[in-house]
Design a binder for this molecule. Structure first.
Ligand code: ZN
Length: 385
């Protein structure tokens, strides 16, 4: 397949296989490993794109399902594509809509051609399959587009996982046949197979047998226990070609990011920084912090003294706690600025460590902090916006 992408590896950590690379797209250059903030409806919730730019984001993700339903992918096309429509000239990635169709919609009917479903807001009937997903994503016009897959929720039996995987493979062929803009948009294939290693192997072999610009590990953090997520990522990532970008879909806490990079992942996305911000929580070098805690009311220090985001440079925990308690919109904005910046910086620090030959030390520091902190598995699951 023609590719609008180029991927150049700069350094590989011999201990782990973690990579630093340059990914070139029609709308700009991305230094990997990279965190991709999610702009579900063509916006990162509570942030303007000027603010997004200042977080250091190099690429944002948009959801095809949401844009298809409202305002309509044809309208985005008439606006000149997603970059013109949202006013963000840098790279954009769209998901296929598959995850939302399977997870958000009621009254689904799955056929070999795709999925009939009802709009989660209006109740109106729609149909999206691999062919329709390619049309929608071609109209939206992101730099990187994703194959339409069947992402089975966990726990899934072996037979359920295999059926979804086989369908994903058949749908990938339809996606390849129907993708019209190969010169400007790069289609990534998605490896499925749930928690079953032999299925992951089969899926990786089948998907990578098709020459695509990049590949993704899908179906992780969809209901399984944390150790299972890590095992799948550790097992599956090396099955993907080393010379192409590898994308782990839907994860994004500081620990998730470090672990994914350690496994050889280059790209990851998650709604967690903006969602947590809206709930008054922030990432910090001391772990996750809720600004609703009474100890923040009189704390005049920044969220994180090492963070150089606008929020940490200008505001104290006390002020932010006041905004959160008063339900002020600016609170969500300021916490989102910090959380997005924080995760972007985590990926950038990992990148610097890989290039400097110090990734093992970097990872072990993060691992110690992670082991010291209790994590809540439910917060790691990627839910919509
Ligand atoms: Zn900050």
């Amino acid at each position: 397949m023609d590719s609008a992408l180029s991927f150049e590896i700069e350094a590989v950590c011999p201990w782990s296989g973690a990579r630093a690379a340059i990914l070139r797209t029609p709308h700009g250059v991305i230094e990997t490993p990279v965190f991709m903030p999610v702009g579900t409806n063509g916006t990162l919730k509570a942030l303007t794109f000027d603010q997004v730019e200042r977080t250091g984001a190099e690429i944002v993700l948009a959801n095809s399902y949401h844009l298809y339903l409202r305002p309509g992918s044809d309208l985005v096309a008439r606006a000149g594509g997603i970059h013109s429509f949202i006013g963000w000239p840098k790279p954009v990635l769209t998901d296929s809509g598959g995850f939302q169709v399977f997870s958000l919609t009621a009254l689904r009917k799955i056929t070999e051609e795709g999925v009939f479903f009802k709009d989660h807001r209006t109740g109106r009937g729609h149909f999206i399959g691999p062919k329709e997903s390619m049309k929608i994503q071609n109209e939206i016009g992101a730099d990187i587009i994703m194959a339409f897959d069947d992402c089975v929720k966990n726990p899934a039996t072996y037979d359920q996982a295999k059926a979804a995987m086989d369908r994903t493979h058949r749908w990938l062929e339809t996606c390849v046949e129907n993708h019209k803009n190969t010169s400007v948009q790069s289609l990534f294939g998605i490896v499925q197979g749930s928690i079953y290693k032999d299925l992951r192997t089969t899926s990786a072999q089948t998907v990578t047998a098709i020459d695509l610009p990049g590949y993704a590990v899908g179906g992780v953090a969809v209901g399984e226990a944390r150790p299972a997520v890590e095992e799948v990522v550790m097992y599956t990532t090396p099955l993907l070609p080393a010379h192409k970008p590898r994308y782990l879909m839907g994860i994004g806490t500081p620990w998730d990011i470090a672990y994914a990079i350690r496994c050889g992942i280059d790209m990851f996305d998650c709604v967690s920084p903006t969602r947590l911000a809206r709930h008054g929580s922030v990432f910090s070098s001391e772990g996750r912090l809720s600004l609703r805690l009474s100890k923040c009311i009189n704390d005049f220090s920044p969220i994180d003294p090492d963070c150089d985001c606008y929020t940490c440079k200008n505001h104290s925990r006390a002020y932010l706690a006041h905004l959160v308690r008063s339900k002020e919109t600016a609170g969500g904005t300021l916490l989102s600025i910090h959380n997005v910046t924080y995760l972007l910086r985590q990926a950038k620090l990992a990148r610097q460590a890989i290039i400097a030959g110090k990734f093992k030390e970097y990872f072990e520091t993060i691992e110690r902090a992670h082991n010291a902190e209790e994590t809540t598995a439910s917060e790691l699951i990627d839910l919509p916006g």
